[in-house]
Design a protein around this ligand. Structure first.
Ligand code: NAD
Ligand code: ZN
Length: 248
């Protein structure tokens, strides 16, 4: 192993409580594009703000059009070596939780119990009514949308949206609280595949560092927090974390 990987291995061996903090970059090797890589989604289109979603049919239609266009990608994606490495560190009891910005459900699919995956930005693999919280399945909504031009809405009159947190929408209170608790207890905080520019999520690695934990960043490109990290690995996640956790 090269020196930076040896160093990360050593930090993991000597840590008592590791928190794994993941972003879209851990899922690119499963075929789901991220936002901020060169050529990523946002180099092509701006995000739709939650307030616009609530205000206009046009914004709702565009939001759902984009979501359905991604459906085959999300449905077919399976966990990759990076997800399996996280699952292995959790299984060994070395890592206590995965705090994720991802909305694809792949950490849970890799075998990590739901109780140990903290989703900061929700989940896009299903939808719910914003008023009564009734759950809806994406596949059924898509048929109505594509065949009958129906914008997803609930029997109660509420709008139906994927169970994700959009820009302009408030953060989930319970998940934020649990992520903070886990961060404050960690002695090693490892971020995997996040550009670390989206707040409040990117506040957690900062908090860990201020609280005395070691901070490690694994990301192909430079991130917003490289300058405060104890160790930065500009490497691919699957290969790097797979070798370190000893999984294929
Ligand atoms: P981001 O797109 O801002 O940054 C991803 C980072 O990962 C980039 O800096 C890129 O260099 C790096 N990267 C990509 N593939 C990598 C690999 N294989 N190995 C190492 N590094 C790699 O992602 P973000 O910080 O998570 O912010 C995007 C927001 O969009 C998140 O809040 C998330 O909710 C959402 N999102 C989620 C998904 C998903 O669930 N898979 C996908 C796209 C966007
Ligand atoms: Zn409803």
């Amino acid at each position: 192993m090269e020196q930076d990987m040896e160093e990360l291995s050593r930090l993991i061996d000597t840590a008592d409580r590791v928190v794994l903090f993941t972003g879209a970059g851990i899922s690119t090797e499963s075929g789901i594009p991220d936002f901020r890589s060169p050529g990523g989604v946002w180099t092509k289109m701006a995000p739709i703000d939650f307030r616009d979603f609530m205000r206009s049919d046009e914004a709702r239609r565009e939001t759902w059009k984009r979501r359905f266009a991604m459906e085959d990608t999300f449905r077919q994606a399976t966990p990759n070596r990076g997800h399996r490495a996280c699952a292995e560190l959790i299984r060994r009891g070395k890592a206590t939780s995965v705090v994720t910005q991802n909305i694809d459900g792949l950490h849970q699919d890799s075998g990590i119990p739901d109780s140990k995956v903290i989703e900061l930005h929700g989940n896009t693999t299903y939808a719910h009514c914003l008023d009564c919280k009734q759950r809806y399945e994406i596949g059924a909504l898509r048929v109505d949308f594509e065949q009958d031009n129906i914008i997803p809405h609930c029997a109660c009159g509420g709008w139906v949206k994927t169970a994700t947190i959009s820009f302009g929408q408030s953060m989930p209170v319970d998940e934020m609280r649990r992520a903070e608790q886990e961060t404050l207890l960690a002695d090693l905080f490892i971020t995997l595949g996040s550009s670390l520019v989206v707040y409040p999520a990117a506040g957690f690695p900062e908090l860990a560092k201020r609280n005395g934990a070691s901070l490690v960043i694994v990301n192909r490109e430079p991130t917003g927090l490289d300058r405060i990290a104890d160790l930065v690995l500009h490497r691919s996640i699957g290969e790097t974390m797979g070798a370190i956790a000893g999984v294929e």
